[in-house]
Design a binder for this molecule. Structure first.
Ligand code: FAD
Ligand code: UDP
Length: 404
């Protein structure tokens, strides 16, 4: 059948039971569930000119399948999230590996027993590894924060090396902050791993959608109860009504087309944007992606190479490793991180989590609490650092709640 795309001008709100803002995983999973399980007529509003949110991929001018909003590798221990996606895609088995480019030498990330040998030489690595295993146990994951808290000189030696050669410069590029200044949960995503396992993730279910992410979203949103309006911003079609003129007065209703909408409204965009940044913009990091195509089969040794000590970009991803595409040429992508300053040209990718920013977010969230049909959901609307699988899990849980 194909997705039912509509112009917002042609939408009849009397025929809509639920409104979903955003067509990433948060919005698309909820839309599908409400449409299918809840038999609700769902309107999806998406400001971009395509569906799929951050997961959007397409064939570039050189014929290579590329991700347009950051490299996306699916990995999870949540069987429900994984099984759910099986309805919309077949999988290509893919186990992601990352190497750090350390002054021209490649070293596995997360830093592991193999990286130890590259960094310290076999003999010294064996001695230090033994010490690490005595302290933490074999095959264990240890965060850099935990490692740096040890006061044994050998463990300090490893901690200093990993801090300075894996985390410091990369984190400064990515966040504009040192690893000590970012929330500990951020660097804890990439622990030191006392193992020879070179994979970036150890989750039970890992892979890439066989034909890419965009076809997965095309199938998910292809349902007779779903209509999708592209190029439509929530701010421009929502009429927000407040209980008073006070800046902190909570929402009393949201109207669309001059009618108060009483069905569920699931909002997956940035919350500050909805309120036209009345308390100031929430801080985010944005990324610039620079693509390069080469007339050779492969350009680098694995899917992603992190530049942890040199170069202004954080990492380079070569898509053919992820997608399994066969071609005589290849496209790579460099990521440059900056502060998010201009919503008209930039995309908010990473919430900068700290107490001050969380409080700033909570002030926006408080505006919505009075409205019992409004549900903020997703990495942007919840101002969190969530992976795809967590978003799918949260979207399914919300659908359970709404469908009953
Ligand atoms: P999004 O995908 O951002 O979707 C939100 C949608 O809402 C967008 O389409 C946006 O255009 C739309 N929207 C926003 N505001 C409005 C508005 N006002 N009106 C209308 N529409 C609006 N996760 C993994 O599991 N594995 C990975 O390898 C991985 N890699 C990542 C790499 C990068 C660079 C980044 C930034 C993230 C990565 N993630 C990864 C995380 C993943 O992108 C998120 O978990 C996922 O995108 C969250 O989905 P979402 O629906 O919440 O948000
Ligand atoms: N990190 C780092 N060096 C690396 C890999 C990660 O310093 O080689 C830090 C950095 O602060 C980064 C965080 O760990 O932002 C989380 O890394 P991850 O690869 O999970 O980031 P994402 O893929 O979400 O951008």
């Amino acid at each position: 059948m194909g997705i039912n795309y509509l112009d917002y001008a042609d939408v009849n709100m009397d025929e809509i039971d639920a409104v979903v803002v955003g067509s990433g995983f948060a919005g698309s999973v909820v839309a599908r569930e409400l449409a299918e399980r809840g038999n609700k007529r769902v309107l999806v509003i998406e400001k971009k000119n395509h569906i799929g949110g951050n997961m959007y991929d397409e064939i570039d001018e050189a014929g290579i399948l590329v991700h347009r909003y950051g490299p996306h590798i699916f990995h999870t221990n949540d069987k429900r999230a994984f099984d759910y996606l099986q309805r919309f895609t077949d999988w290509r088995d893919y186990q992601h590996e990352v190497l750090a480019n350390w002054y021209g030498t490649f070293m596995p990330v997360p830093f592991n027993k193999n990286s130890m040998e590259i960094a310290f030489g076999e003999e010294e690595a064996a001695r230090l590894t033994e010490k690490l295993i005595e302290t933490f146990g074999d095959e264990r994951k240890v965060t850099i924060t935990e490692l740096r808290a040890q006061d044994d000189p050998d463990l300090e030696k490893v901690a200093d090396f990993v801090y300075e050669n894996v985390f410091l410069y990369y984190t400064q590029k990515q966040w504009g902050l040192t690893p000590d200044e970012v929330d500990p949960s951020v660097v804890a995503r990439v622990p030191v791993f006392l193992s020879r396992d070179n994979r970036y993730f150890q989750d039970a279910y890992q892979g890439m959608p066989l034909e890419g992410y965009t076809p997965l979203f095309e199938r998910m949103l292809d349902h007779e109860n779903i209509s999708v309006c592209l190029n439509t911003e929530a701010e421009s079609v929502f009429d927000l009504q407040f209980s008073s003129d006070d800046e902190d007065a909570p929402l009393s209703a949201i109207a669309l087309k001059d009618q108060s909408f009483t069905g569920p409204i699931i909002y997956t965009g940035p919350l500050d944007e909805l309120f036209l940044a009345r308390f100031g913009r929430l801080p985010y990091r944005t990324l610039d992606f620079v693509y390069e195509t080469y007339d050779q089969e492969f350009w680098q040794p694995c899917g992603t190479v992190n530049y942890t000590v040199t170069e202004p970009y954080t990492r380079i991803t070569e898509f053919k490793y992820l997608t399994g595409q066969e071609a005589p040429n290849t496209t790579i992508m460099k990521e440059f991180s900056h502060p998010y300053e201009d919503p008209s040209t930039q995309i908010p990718y990473y919430a900068i989590i700290n107490d001050e920013n969380n409080a700033h977010y909570d002030r926006y969230l408080a505006l919505t609490k009075s409205l019992d049909n409004f549900y903020p959901l997703g990495r942007l609307a919840e101002y969190r650092y969530y992976n795809m699988d967590v978003i799918i899990g949260r979207a399914l849980a919300l659908a359970d709640e709404l469908v009953g």
